[in-house]
Design a protein around this ligand. Structure first.
Ligand code: DAH
Length: 343
């Protein structure tokens, strides 16, 4: 025991004097003292020579010694730090980093966010639905009769014939899903991607984005619809914008209308974008057809509502004076980086 104690004291002094100030010295220390052939392991082997009565005391001594060596080692690892380690590895942490290029938001996203935030101010909540729809939500519930031309194979991408699954042709399908939930009053906008089997050109694409709006409560009138849309266009395009409503037809609304705004490109003078009329159509709207309400289990004697739907690409093209729809999906970085990132 005497010998063992003396030996341990000697090594403790030696260990205390070891300098560990960089990674290489730490590694040398580890090998010398803590490795498989290190001093701690070797001295542990001394246990063999200790007589049974002293085993307990010797075990404690050796254990303490082991901890002493380990602590010396880990104190370097804990405090030293990264900085020491990096200096010895030849890295200068004071150098400026390599800047990663920051992306910008897609113009469609910028405009969609803006539309959503305008309707949020009026208390409309965002609702979303699936892009793969069934015939009921996309057509039947919206009062589109079986023989309606919009069901034609030329317009709709069908995924399955029986039961009919398709890529939704408009976000009006989300109206149906929300009304079916049965929670009234309902005030929602539904942004999302829609699909139509169209030949791709500067003015048409097989996929694009829409925002649908829906407000159902007691005593909702056409005047409410007009005020809501007036508010929207003034926020979107500024106070000077002119608006007009034209009677129209949609199976899911009665009466129905389309809304035009004064052309932003020529200011109403007449140009190629407005086809020399001074006006551009931006949305369809109307009072929700009583049949649509009933299809969703809503009492049409008690509740009324309005709905509207607009194409986000159209609004984006007018806002930024973009002339070709295809630019939105070509992913050309020279085009994409021109738009601001914030709203
Ligand atoms: N769903 C129509 C479309 O895709 C747009 C639309 C028109 C939506 C009138 C409506 C509406 O909610 O009332 O062209």
């Amino acid at each position: 025991m005497e010998n063992l104690r003396a030996l341990i004291d000697k090594y403790k002094i030696e260990i205390a004097a070891e300098a560990i100030s960089n990674v290489a010295e730490a590694e040398a220390f580890r090998i010398k003292y803590l490795g498989t052939k290190g001093l701690v392991k070797t001295i542990m082997g001394e246990m063999r020579n200790v007589i049974p009565e002293n085993k307990k005391e010797a075990g404690q001594l050796l254990n303490e010694f082991k901890i002493f060596a380990e602590e010396k080692f880990s104190s370097f690892n804990n405090n030293s730090s990264f900085e020491n380690a990096s200096v010895s590895a030849g890295i200068d942490l004071t150098l400026p980093g390599t800047a990663l290029p920051l992306g910008t938001r897609h113009p469609i996203s910028i405009i969609q966010n803006k539309i959503v935030s305008i309707f949020n101010k009026l208390g409309f909540a965002v609702a979303e639905g699936p892009e793969i729809e069934d015939d009921f939500h996309n057509f039947t519930a919206l009062n589109l009769p079986e023989d309606h031309p919009a069901r034609d194979m030329q317009d709709t991408f069908y995924l399955n014939e029986e039961p009919a699954w398709l890529l939704r042709t408009h976000t009006s399908s989300v109206q149906i899903r929300e009304m079916q939930k049965g929670k009234l009053p309902l005030r929602i906008i539904c942004p999302g991607r829609v699909y139509r089997n169209e030949t791709i050109s500067a003015r048409a694409h097989c996929f694009f984005n829409q925002v649908e709006g829906l407000y159902i409560a007691e005593n909702v009138s056409f005047a409410d619809l007009k005020q809501t849309l007036y508010f929207f266009v003034k926020e979107m395009f500024g106070e000077d914008i002119k608006v007009r409503f034209r009677p129209s037809y949609f199976p899911f609304t009665e009466p129905s209308a389309e809304m035009d705004i004064s052309c932003l490109i020529c200011g109403g003078e007449g140009c190629s974008v407005c086809k020399k009329t001074g006006w551009v159509e931006i949305l369809g709207c109307g009072m929700v057809h009583p049949k649509v309400l009933e299809n969703c289990g809503i009492d049409s004697n008690k509740y009324t509502g309005f709905a509207f739907g607009m194409g986000i690409e159209r609004i984006t093209m007018l806002s930024y004076q973009i002339k070709d729809l295809r630019l939105f999906s070509e992913n050309d970085i020279r085009f994409l980086k021109q738009f601001e990132t914030a709203l």
